[in-house]
Design a protein around this ligand. Structure first.
Ligand code: SF4
Length: 353
């Protein structure tokens, strides 16, 4: 395996590119670590980044670790939506630190810029992140280095502090100037691409965090697809394709323990029911789920009488006959304000006890 001098937290955003290129320009051999989960990460861009920026990049899957963090309520809380940015940084840095010996590297680089983000890049938060991740002695934030306390890497002369910038604040002028200096001509758009900061995604994720005692990372891949339907007080969850593309995506995500619903004789959506691990859905729930599926097919609705729905689980098929107009308990997820209100209650309950 190749060895490196430094590992860089590499999201693919401009700051992470600049931090990595800057250290390369000082003669350090840098490996970018690109963290992925159902909520963030663009592993399909790795080849482009390597080619365009000359930075080797390794994909690191933190999906389940991240889901466990969310499900236990992140100690530093959520940002404006469902984004636990402080805990996220801590998690990534801890993971990166554990990888140092694997790549023979001696320090970490992150593209954080002092004062750029309200939650995770204030001076006090940068300190919390560094201390909680236990990376005090190995983390360099080169873009703001001139404004931050001396690190052991600078003190020992491994890194030349006099050549590091002092970027700060939300403006991007300093970054653009540095990009020109470093020959970075393709500037990625500013959007971070983290779904946890989007209300629509948060509405999809929230009920999963509440419904399962230990939610699994693949559940959140399913939550990124199609229509999300819940029954009762969030006891049963079904994901339904809204079009052919959704149906194709859904079918790629099914596990043997899920229920796969399909109309037998009419065109319509496919759906997947996700039971809690080790549990089965009752015949009543299966019938309601089948009726819900049938109700989304115009041809089945126009048919006078019952229609057949195939339900497959563990490679075994059963056929359920339902009327598309029969009542069922599956409905839409909570609105964003309802989701946020529940999130606050959860936070208060935890704080109280
Ligand atoms: S925006 Fe998303 S990926 Fe970025 S720090 Fe926050 S939670 Fe992590």
């Amino acid at each position: 395996m190749d060895t490196f001098d430094a590992l860089s937290l590499f999201s693919g955003g401009l700051d992470s590119i600049l931090a990595s290129k800057l250290m390369q320009s000082h003669g350090h051999k840098v490996l970018g670590l690109h963290f992925v989960s159902p909520f963030f990460g663009k592993p399909d861009k790795v080849a482009f980044w390597e080619r365009e920026y000359g930075i080797p990049v390794q994909v690191i899957d933190v999906g389940q670790e991240f889901v466990d963090l969310m499900a236990g309520f992140p100690p530093y809380g959520f940002g404006k939506v469902l984004n636990p940015c402080v805990d996220c940084k801590i998690l990534m840095l801890r993971r990166a630190k554990n990888l140092l010996p694997v790549y023979g590297a001696s320090f970490l680089i992150s593209g954080e810029v002092l004062g750029q983000r309200p939650m995770s890049q204030r001076a006090d938060t940068l300190n919390i992140i560094r201390n909680d991740a236990d990376v005090r002695d190995v983390l360099l934030r080169p873009l703001s280095a001139g404004l931050l306390p001396l690190t052991p890497m600078e003190e020992s002369g491994l890194v030349d502090r006099s050549r590091l910038p002092s970027l700060c604040g939300r403006g991007r002028k300093g970054q653009y100037a540095l990009a020109r200096e470093l020959g970075v001509t393709i500037i990625p758009t500013q959007a971070g691409g983290c779904r946890l900061g989007e209300r629509e995604s948060a509405r999809r994720y929230w009920p999963i965090l509440r419904a399962f005692s230990r939610p699994l990372a693949p559940y959140f891949d399913l939550a990124n697809v199609g229509r999300q339907l819940w029954r009762g007080e969030g006891e049963q969850w079904m994901v339904m394709g809204r079009d052919h593309k959704d149906n194709q995506k859904l079918l790629r995500l099914i596990a043997p323990e899920y229920y796969v619903f399909e109309l037998k004789s009419f065109p319509g959506p496919d759906a997947v029911g996700i039971p809690a691990p080790g549990q089965d859905w009752s015949p009543e729930v299966l019938t309601e789920a089948a009726a819900c599926l049938a109700s989304f097919s115009p041809k089945a609705r126009n048919h006078d009488g019952a229609v057949e729905v195939s339900v497959i689980r563990h490679a075994e098929e059963q056929i359920i006959a339902v009327r598309p107009d029969m009542p069922h308990g599956f409905g839409d997820t909570l609105t964003w304000p309802q989701t946020r209100a529940q999130q606050k209650v959860w936070e208060r309950d935890l704080a109280g006890g």
